[in-house]
Design a protein around this ligand. Sequence first.
Ligand code: SAM
Ligand code: SF4
Length: 328
Amino acid sequence: MMQPLVDNHGRRLNYLRLAVTDRCNLRCRYCMPAKGIASMRRDEILSWEEAYRLCRIFVELGVEKIRITGGEPFVRKGLLPFLMELSRLPGRPEIDITTNGTLLADHLDALKHIGVRRLNISLDSLNAQTFYAITRRRNFENILQAVNKADTLGFKVKINVVVITGINDHEIPDFVRLTRDRSWTVRFIEPMPFDGAGGQYKSLLTGDDILARLESKFDVEPVSNGKLAVAKLYRVPGYQGCIGIIYGYSRRFCGACSRLRLSTRGELLTCLYGNPVLDLGALLRSGKGDVTIKRAIRGAVDKRLSDGFEAERSLQRSTFNSMVAIGG
Ligand code: SAM
Ligand code: SF4
């Protein structure tokens, strides 16, 4: 029996986030500049076979949940057959997806068949014009259609809302009202300094500011969701769904962080705020076997920094200034 992955601070690592592409059909202002972001060459990013092999290795090391992210996962051809393969891995990891929802509606039946149950859908506004102001694209209706269809088909839906002062923060109550008759979780995310253009969105509105806004309008009560959860959860009594706050910039959850990230090129990150700690893509391509790769992963995990502040301080120069290659 293989020992599970535990870092040098005693944190069990059982959750892998895999960025399958750095391309996207939106240009969210907190994530990408309007123009001029260079996409990676196709041969730079992990092939589906390489991504599968690394996922298999991580599952053999005790990873129980794999989240597919990007960029926008659904812009890459071959995603669904890949998900089907992942779902058949021995150990049957939970397969989740984070998506902007624009291309989702047509794939929902197939996802259900594959066994995907949970979808995190990013939707920063309930107003078409504000949506355009944030994403610089006009696919708003497609997302609403996808969210509603996902709900009807029985997926567990979480809506991710990055809250930006002066742009969508006035919609916080509207998003809370969405949870009255639907069992969705709406999660408000603190902006983080990964906008592909110098990090200007960092920390304009903290999670505590968001909570104060909630409390000024609603009688919210905390909901317990386990100490490993990344969102602090609340509920308006009588409402079906929940409201979450993700303290991504304040970094409140590092002490219980169970996440590993694989970039589109196959670099391993043990913290969102740090640089890659291991180039697994290069190890694969140089012909290394599973035993060597597993040993390298354990070695990297054994040197994990204690939290996102230490990881940020350790940077000489940041490899990633946008979430597109590391998946958020
Ligand atoms: N394209 C998909 C989407 O938007 O859901 C998946 C990739 S996206 C990078 C993953 C998550 O990161 C999304 O919920 C997005 O809102 C969030 N994100 C991206 N840039 C961010 C930033 N600078 N601060 C906070 N969250 C960010
Ligand atoms: Fe694309 Fe997601 Fe980034 Fe928006 S947050 S630009 S949808 S990758």
